[in-house]
Design a binder for this molecule. Structure first.
Ligand code: XUL
Ligand code: CO
Length: 449
């Protein structure tokens, strides 16, 4: 990995973007310094791997660098002194170095972007592509100077007015074509930057009303689009992982890739299962009426857990608030699944999260990410301790032990029948069943938290 070269970062900015903020260090749980890690110690080994390698943290360019913190009732509040507020390519190029300084000071190795986060949309597709190339030049230099890497790239197919009725599910074929051209370019740039993945999130790939929607046709168009992406991936030799990111709604009323199970069904139905894994996002899970834990278990069972957009929602607000995760139960559950399933390969923990509108200063970006990273570090250590202890897993295993031998083993091997099970039950009588012991297990987990 290239040595981090602070000079080459600051050479590209007239001033450092975060001049008052030093590199964030691990100071341990007793530290009272808010700009330090209390639990995340990048090189510390937990369950056989460094924390850094377990967690593979990423910064989301769209939130950290581009989110003005506007809400439906008020304008943006974010202070970003390095940004001149214009849509110029020069400003976009300067912003790249602010982002890499941020990652460097935070000790995060990965970032993720949409094409339109990093470079401005031009008046034509050709101009947009030129803008993107010009910023990709800068991203490439910054990656080389710092050793930071692209976790995944994506195309923004939901902001521009042309996509107001969808992109690959628009009723207009020319919009489909535009979206295809945009994804082609975003894949080229992701490939050029050595991206380890590419994400498809269908923000407007759904509908607002069935009065005007042919759902079957739209879903088939989405499948055709993704098949073309798979073909193009092979053509350019891009070996990164494709992800599909479930979300039930917002901005569309009903999104086709609504949750993990719906995505898996869609991928299987359309012959795409071998080409995609899931990028699961916590707040999307809760919008779908699931826990993140549930969504992760669904994905793992299908060998399709690819990457995570780490954030959290608010219990009292019904939309995608994209908050930084600080709940230790949440991170413990997530890390239990990660540890048991063997962890990330191409994916990572991308903080698809934004600071609150009230937290408008640059330093708030640090507080937010530090909190998220520490929360996952604690979750990781707690999950490792729970597995090491073994009681939870032993209980779960014992709970299913009637399937380990005898009639249960025959059920699992599918070598029995209703007739045999009837004869068995006539002989066996009323089953003796055991308590689920949920409260005992909740108490056990609290021993570790
Ligand atoms: C929106 C969302 C997106 C995707 C990438 O809710 O999560 O930012 O992660 O398009
Ligand atoms: Co996301």
């Amino acid at each position: 990995m290239a040595r981090t070269d602070q000079n080459s970062i600051s050479n590209h900015l007239m001033n450092e973007a975060f001049p008052d903020i030093p590199k964030i260090q691990f100071e341990g749980p007793k530290s009272k310094n808010p700009l330090s890690f209390k639990h995340y110690n990048a090189d510390e080994i937990v369950a056989g791997k460094t924390m850094k390698d377990h967690l593979r943290f990423g910064v989301a360019y769209w939130h950290a660098m581009r989110n003005s913190l506007a809400d439906p009732f008020g304008v943006g509040t974010a202070q970003r002194p390095w940004d001149d507020g214009t849509d110029s390519v020069a400003n976009a190029q300067r912003r790249v170095w602010a982002c890499f300084e941020f990652m460097d000071k935070l000790g995060v190795d990965y970032y993720c972007f949409h094409d339109r986060d990093v470079a401005p949309e031009g008046r034509t597709l050709a101009e947009s592509n030129q803008n993107l190339d010009a910023v990709a030049d800068e991203l490439e230099k910054a990656q080389q100077a710092t050793g930071k890497k692209l976790l995944w790239g994506t195309a923004c197919l939901f902001v521009h007015p042309r996509y107001n009725q969808g992109a690959s599910t628009s009723p207009n074929a020319n919009v489909f074509a535009y979206a295809a051209a945009q994804v082609k370019k975003a894949m080229d740039v992701t490939h050029r930057l050595g991206g380890e993945g590419y994400t498809f999130w269908g923000g407007r790939e759904g509908y607002a009303s069935l009065w005007n929607t042919n759902m079957k046709r739209e879903v088939e168009h989405l499948a055709a689009f993704l098949h073309m992406a798979v073909d193009y991936k092979k053509k350019i030799g891009f070996t990164g992982q494709f992800y599909i990111e479930p979300k039930p709604r917002e901005p569309s009323t009903h999104q086709y890739d609504s949750d993990a199970a719906a995505c898996l069904n869609f991928l299987r139905e359309h012959g795409l299962m071998d080409h995609f894994k899931l990028n699961l996002e916590t707040n999307h899970a809760t919008l779908a009426g699931h826990s993140m834990w549930h969504e992760m278990e669904v994905a793992v069972a299908a060998n399709a857990l690819g990457s995570v957009d780490a954030n959290t929602g608010d219990e009292l607000i019904g939309w995608d608030t994209d908050q930084f995760p600080t709940d230790i139960y949440l991170t413990t559950q997530m890390m239990l699944v990660m540890l048991k399933s063997g962890g990330f390969t191409t994916g990572g923990m991308n903080f698809d999260a934004k600071v609150r509108r009230e937290s408008f200063e640059p330093v708030d970006l640090f507080h937010a990410h530090i909190g998220g990273m520490d929360a996952f570090a604690r979750g990781l250590k707690i999950a490792a301790a729970i597995l090491e202890d073994g009681r939870l897993e032993a209980f779960k295993k014992a709970r299913y032990s009637t399937f380990d031998a005898g009639i249960g083993a025959k059920i699992e091997a599918r070598t029995t029948s209703f007739e045999e099970l009837e004869a068995y039950t006539l002989e066996n009588g009323e089953p003796l069943i055991a308590s689920g012991r949920q409260e005992m297990l909740e108490n056990l987990i609290n021993e570790f938290i």
